[in-house]
Design a protein around this ligand. Sequence first.
Ligand SMILES: Cc1cc2nc3c(=O)[nH]c(=O)nc-3n(C[C@H](O)[C@H](O)[C@H](O)COP(=O)(O)OP(=O)(O)OC[C@H]3O[C@@H](n4cnc5c(N)ncnc54)[C@H](O)[C@@H]3O)c2cc1C
Length: 428
Amino acid sequence: MSRRRFLRLGAGLGAALLIGSARSAQALLPPARRGRVVIVGGGWGGLAAAAHVRKQLPAWEVVLLERAAGFFSLPLSNAWLIDQIPTDFLTRDPVAAAKRLGYMRIETEVQEIDRVARRVLTAAGALAYDYLVLAPGIAEQTGHWVGDDPAAMAALQAFDSAFVSSAALAPLKQRLHGFAGGDIVMSVPPTPYRCPPAPYERACAIGWWLKTHKIPGRLTVLDPGAGMASFRSAFDTLFPDQIRFLPFQNIESVNPFKRIVQTDFDTLHFDTAILAGPQRAGALVARAGLDARDAQGRSTGWADADPRSLQARADERVFVIGDALGLASPLFGHYPKTAHMAVHHGRIAAAGIAARIHDTAFEPFFPESVCWVTDSFTPHEMIRIDTHYRQRGDGAIAQQVEQARENNPRGEEKAWVSGLFGEVFGAA
Ligand SMILES: Cc1cc2nc3c(=O)[nH]c(=O)nc-3n(C[C@H](O)[C@H](O)[C@H](O)COP(=O)(O)OP(=O)(O)OC[C@H]3O[C@@H](n4cnc5c(N)ncnc54)[C@H](O)[C@@H]3O)c2cc1C
């Protein structure tokens, strides 16, 4: 199949798949001539994998499957919530990126992975793969807060934290902008969770919003741990009247109808809430039998993959990247679940797959993470968090974290995100 016909087919199929609803075993595409890499998930990790596999394997089919339309960045979204970043800076066109970079993007929900037959089952058909990259991000578990009652679970969605999907950001922004006063309760998820400084940065954004707009409201932050020292000091010094920080609080239950949160210490009433629950890998990981087990044989909820090569331990044809990845080292736990890290994972998985196909030696390189977060919006001050890795003599992966304060930033955070956009969308 010529590249042009391949891309045309992709565009046509993308439209057709929006109509499909029931799972079908009918083939979604004809067999690939040379071979096919399928990527599940078109967030930061999946987009990076698609771009890099495309470069490394020009003669292979590269197909990215993503259930959502469009792309909206979670990085810098806290500043967007309070109108400090424009919408168009955070949105990108993933269909145009697929065309530009030369891979096929199909908008569909992946429902199952048949690892024996090496195919994925989607709403509109089955797709065979030679190699599979899984980048499904995270899922949140909050049902236990409401005793798994379906009506209460539906009501809980009104207090979504937008930590799982950026689609929940717009309703969150609407709630914040419509808030005229009263109590907001926000929870920090238990570790490991996506973007560790993000809840604290968001607290500072909300504190700034209340203070700047003179809204008679208070944000209570419930943290299962002690919090991050740099942000706790910002809460105390910049927002003493807006933010109340309560450490070592685990949510036991939520009544979304009466608007009550019960922790192991307190009962809190709220007018609105931003409730982030415990996280785990996107559901496909466990469904494909690729989740790690603890000493008692229980699922940890996170993917069991080699932290250097990112190859699933149960299947040499599958690579798991991004936030879904499980334990990286007994010394520090998980890699930080950041966009920067997910993009590096995409690079590593692509290089590993290409080396396998070309039968060349491959020594996986270490990923790294950079994160720019804001604690003071006026005057603008930021913290840069860098994370590096090395192999210790005994084989364990060691992590080095550096935090640097930038008291006079000049667009560093935007330049950093633009660099990532350039890498995964082929244009900043
Ligand atoms: C408020 C906030 C602020 C953040 N700030 C930063 C920051 O400043 N810097 C930083 O580096 N990181 C930041 N992050 C973290 C960053 O967003 C994540 O680490 C990153 O999105 C992880 O990429 P991923 O590809 O693993 O997952 P995702 O980006 O979540 O992508 C997963 C994709 O898979 C798709 N998917 C899942 N299941 C299926 C299925 N069955 N079928 C089809 N598609 C499926 C989903 O729709 C989704 O698009 C922030 C996160 C939050 C919540």
